[in-house]
Design a protein around this ligand. Structure first.
Ligand code: AMP
Length: 218
């Protein structure tokens, strides 16, 4: 099964992808997570991507396509993928479609998490993560037991550099201009499912599971 999670920064893609991949047994491929790992490890890819990421711009398509193709090949033997944060513009969507055509693969569903921009800004400005285990927290919705410290690791929680206010505005405008055309692109192909992401994480998970179960039985 191949699912794509589409949505603006803060719409809950990362949270939902983690929950769903556990439930569905799929491999979670988050281009943002892979890039952050590369930046942390100081690889060539990480060094090339860092400046774009910190300013809220998209990393050049060629770097992304090579990276995600390699990850899909590495995980080809599994039950399928959940792509989170990819594709991010029409050129990437078209390249993905060519790659899938060659491999005889199809996208089962594109799950579009829709939430109003004011809600996205509120969520991103309250977002913190553990640099050790990557667990995510959100003030005031999902607080750690001890303020500022990860429940699992006891590490001091950090804010992603691209969650600073000016970068958030840039990321939202990049989403509007470059990524949101994918909503129509996939809707016109008949495989987009729109989910109201302005509700609780549990309700969003339930709606996605219900939508995906229709694909499985179709
Ligand atoms: P995310 O964690 O998905 O919000 O991604 C964080 C940052 O990584 C983005 O703001 C981009 O700079 C970069 N990034 C992630 N996925 C892509 C992609 N598919 N294409 C280009 N840049 C990406």
């Amino acid at each position: 099964m191949i699912l794509i999670l589409l949505g603006a920064p803060g719409s809950g893609k990362g949270t939902q992808a983690k929950r769903l991949t556990e439930k569905l047994g799929l491999t979670h491929l988050s281009t943002g997570d892979i890039l952050r790992e590369a930046v942390k490890a100081g690889t060539d890819l990480g060094n090339k991507a860092k400046g774009f990421m910190n300013s809220g711009e998209l990393v050049p398509d060629d770097l992304i396509i090579d990276m995600i193709t390699a990850k899909m090949e590495e995980n080809a033997a599994g039950a399928g993928f959940m792509l989170d944060g990819f594709p991010r513009n029409l050129a990437q969507a078209e390249r993905l479609s060519e790659i899938f055509e060659k491999k005889n693969l199809v996208i089962d569903q594109v799950i579009y998490l829709n939430a109003p921009e004011a809600e996205l800004v509120k969520r991103l400005s309250g977002r913190f993560y553990c640099p050790q285990c990557n667990a995510g927290y959100n003030y005031p919705m999902h607080l750690p037991k001890n303020e500022g410290v990860c429940d699992n690791e006891g590490e001091k929680l950090l804010r992603r550099p691209d969650d600073e206010e000016d970068v958030v505005q840039k990321r939202l405008s990049v989403y509007r201009e470059q990524t949101s055309p994918l909503e129509e692109y996939y809707r016109s192909q008949g495989n987009l499912v729109e989910i109201d992401a302005n509700t609780s994480p549990d309700q969003v998970t339930e709606e996605i599971i219900s939508s995906v179960s229709k694909v499985k039985t179709a």
